[in-house]
Ligand binder design. Structure first.
Ligand code: CP
Length: 307
């Protein structure tokens, strides 16, 4: 079978079909069980972070190196020599892509990865663009859900916290909508899931409910996806008011389903107390580790026509 992801830009989760998502998840599972240390031998991957990152950058760079490839790039937020000298993103991308076989980037502006893909001579992978999309986070989320639930189909999933600015929840809800999951959106009015996304879900016939009280839905859930309030995208006074609105504690988990898994893209601030870490439901650190396998899978599929 031809690999449908070969040479493809990965900008938005909405660009990926259900079959492609399943292929990425199954390849991640296979690489986790059977590492391929020479798969990317000879490949040079640019890792360009115009906005800060810990997990995405380090897991991505680990992924490249464990597959035998080489990483070039920077992680200096907006403080790159490119920005200091006033170079446009379009020019930077044309230059950097000429040095590399794939271009992985994070940028604070929505649409930056799409723009980059128009100027890049190699596939662009979006590591987060503003409050818009974070498709590789979604891939590791899907892999973690599949790993713990044995399926992506028909699950009951609650998204909690900052659903307005949290790009990870936007991408994950879009992806899970291809698998007939049912959603609860648990957020204060000011941080509700954006209308455009709710409209998309309605048009796709997905069942979702807006809820203010997490306790109300906890016993029904297969997956609880917690998020932090995005301080960097928020008015400071409003941030103080919102940040402790939803705090998950171990005591709240009494009576939940046995298969419940709690995910969080991390970093956490105070929305999950540390006593939850010791329950069988916590999966956020394994989820972060899965970032390596999911990104290895994506790189392998984008860069190798046949695996
Ligand atoms: N989950 C995530 O995107 O984390 P970083 O911001 O550390 O990359």
């Amino acid at each position: 079978m031809t690999n449908p992801l070969y040479n493809k830009n990965i900008i938005s989760i909405a660009d990926l079909s259900r079959t492609e998502l399943e292929l990425i998840v199954s390849t991640a599972q296979s690489i986790k069980q059977d590492p391929r240390p020479q798969l990317l031998a000879g490949k040079v991957i640019a890792s360009c972070f115009f906005e800060a990152s810990t997990r995405t950058r380090l897991s991505f760079e680990t992924a490249v190196q464990r597959l035998g490839g080489t990483v070039i790039g920077f992680d200096s937020g907006g403080n790159t020599s490119l920005a200091q000298k006033g170079e446009t993103l379009a020019d930077s991308v044309q230059v950097i892509s000429s040095y590399s076989d794939a271009f992985f980037m994070r940028h604070p502006q929505e649409g930056a990865a799409r723009l980059a893909s128009e100027y890049s001579s190699v596939p662009v992978i979006n590591g987060g663009d503003g409050a818009n999309q974070h498709p590789t986070q979604t891939l590791l989320d899907l892999f973690s859900i599949y790993e713990t639930q044995g399926t992506l189909e028909g699950l009951k999933v609650a998204f909690v916290g900052d659903l307005k600015y949290g790009r990870t929840v936007h991408s994950l809800a879009q992806a899970l909508s291809l698998f007939g999951c049912q959603f609860y959106f648990v957020a204060p009015e000011a941080l509700r899931m954006p209308d455009y996304l709710c409209e998309e879900l309605s048009e796709a016939g997905i069942q979702f409910t807006h809820v203010e009280n997490l306790d109300q839905v906890l016993p029904e859930l297969d997956v609880l996806y917690m998020t932090r309030v995005q301080k960097e995208r928020f008015d400071p006074t409003e941030y103080q008011h919102m940040k402790s609105k939803y705090v998950l504690t171990a005591a709240m988990l009494e009576g939940v389903k046995e298969n419940l898994k709690i995910l969080h893209p991390l970093p956490r601030v105070d929305e999950i107390t540390t006593d939850v870490d010791h329950t069988p439901y916590a999966y956020y650190f394994q989820q972060a580790e899965n970032g390596v396998y999911a990104r290895q899978s994506l790189l392998a599929l984008v860069l190798k026509e046949e695996l």
